[in-house]
Design a protein around this ligand. Structure first.
Ligand SMILES: Cc1cc2nc3c(=O)[nH]c(=O)nc-3n(C[C@H](O)[C@H](O)[C@H](O)COP(=O)(O)OP(=O)(O)OC[C@H]3O[C@@H](n4cnc5c(N)ncnc54)[C@H](O)[C@@H]3O)c2cc1C
Length: 264
């Protein structure tokens, strides 16, 4: 499944300040990738030496292509964000486990914080045929309106959309985890009927994990730890499990049951 490939950049689009979408050619990734998998991209031939991990955001099997969303936070992502159509990228992928499809009959809730929409969008497209729009809700959070991704695109999916920003400049005011918690408690529905999938910054996923543990929710989270080799050899990306053992985010994850990990 895992392959080392050279793929061509087909397009590069700036979605927001410092946030880019790259479309890359690869029949292997477009055929094999599942929501939650990521690719490990070589930045340059020299520095930075280590590859950088990015979630697979969407695939187009018919056209042998896939997309990643990329936020510029440092040197690696800055270099990758400037790759132009026609340039090639060396990648390893698809890597990691994937989101388990929620059991039928559940109400599906996706909780995305900022760039966390990257793998969740791919998941949403896979769930669309299995669950009716009334049974799918997306919670999308961002620091402010200017950092809010995909609100319009999500409106077009028919899934229910709840937006929150930390400063209240779009949607409800507050952290997306607080809004999510308030909302599921308000409904008074049997929480066992929910299937929650989430991705976002570490702090947000720590809150999701605490909520999942306290309410015993079916909840999967996709973690984004610092990563070195990306193939399970170096143990540089571990997360502690409830049982005290360590799991590698790259190959045992990046998707974990939120009730089974201890996030610091
Ligand atoms: C499985 C997985 C999937 C990911 N998917 C995406 C994605 O779809 N889109 C996206 O934009 N990013 C994603 N990331 C994060 C992305 O890999 C990092 O932002 C990138 O590697 C940073 O490289 P850099 O050289 O630009 O920054 P560095 O120079 O390495 O770091 C710059 C700053 O960012 C912080 N940082 C770097 N990596 C991480 C990280 N993994 N988590 C938290 N803080 C970090 C550093 O501490 C530092 O403060 C993912 C990470 C993982 C593990």
């Amino acid at each position: 499944m895992l392959a080392q490939l050279s793929c061509t950049v087909l397009s590069r689009k700036e979605l927001l300040d410092h946030i880019f979408k790259l479309t890359l050619s690869s029949s292997h990734i477009s055929r094999k990738a599942k929501p939650g998998n990521f690719v490990h991209l070589k930045v340059n031939s020299d520095a930075p030496l280590l590859r950088r991990p990015f979630s697979i955001h969407s695939v187009d099997r018919a056209r042998n292509r896939f997309e990643i969303l990329l936020k510029v936070v440092g040197k690696g992502s800055a270099v990758l964000s400037q790759k132009s159509p026609g340039e090639t990228l060396d990648l390893l992928g698809p890597i990691g486990n994937s989101f388990s499809l929620p059991p039928r009959g559940r109400e599906v809730i996706l909780v995305a914080g900022g760039m966390g929409i990257a793998p969740l969008w791919f998941l949403l497209t896979r769930l669309a045929g299995r669950f009716s729009p009334e049974d799918m809700t997306v919670f999308m959070g961002a620091k402010s309106k200017t950092e809010l991704l995909y609100a319009d695109k999500l409106k077009g999916t028919q899934a229910k959309l709840i937006v929150a920003t930390d400063d209240g400049s779009a949607g409800r005011k507050g952290l997306i985890t607080e809004v999510f918690l308030k909302e599921i408690k308000k409904r008074g529905r049997d929480l066992k009927k929910l299937a929650v999938c989430s991705c976002g910054p570490h702090k947000m996923l720590k809150s999701m994990s605490e909520i999942a543990k306290s309410l015993d929710l079916w909840c999967q989270i996709s973690l984004e730890t610092h990563m070195a080799c990306g193939v399970g050899a170096c143990w540089g990306c571990v997360v502690k499990g409830n049982d005290g053992t360590y799991k590698r985010v790259c190959v045992d994850g990046p998707v974990f049951d939120a009730r089974e990990v201890v996030l610091e």
